[in-house]
Design a protein around this ligand. Sequence first.
Ligand code: PNS
Length: 160
Amino acid sequence: MKIGVYPGSFDPITNGHLDVITRASHIVDELIVGVLQNPQKKPLFSVEERIEMLKVTTSHLPNVKIEAFSGLLIDFVKQHNAILIVRGLRAITDFEYELQMAQTNYNLDPTIETVFLATNVQYSFLSSSVVKELAQFGGHIENFVPPIVAECVWEKFKQF
Ligand code: PNS
């Protein structure tokens, strides 16, 4: 059984993430979406909220599981007997960081490969940060995140 891990912050999940999850779920038997819990970062959504949004928006994909992780990604990957890490590549600006991460992880364990999926061009500008910035100033986010996520973002910004 070929298990892959798609790691990220997902604060919150965007349509770009969902596109990568859907496509990656077709190339592995099981895809584990690893949601980073990093005490040094202050995300908009708690890890529980991010997991819930991911679960709801991927519920139609039977081979996708959502789990939190902290610490090193490579340890999380090994704990789940996964053999590959999936990352989306949006543009050349992503490349340097992604290459460094892939090479570091390869160095830590050469039995685990990182595979990049070229982001669908319609999402090449899209990130969770863009969604949060738009929402902060009342911009339209409904084309960029699933409807349930848009609701959660607006709900969150009402609290500030
Ligand atoms: O969605 P993001 O924020 O671009 O995801 C980044 C993530 C979670 C994949 C990356 O920060 C990560 O793997 N963090 C875990 C710590 C780790 O393993 N670092 C070593 C690899 S450079």
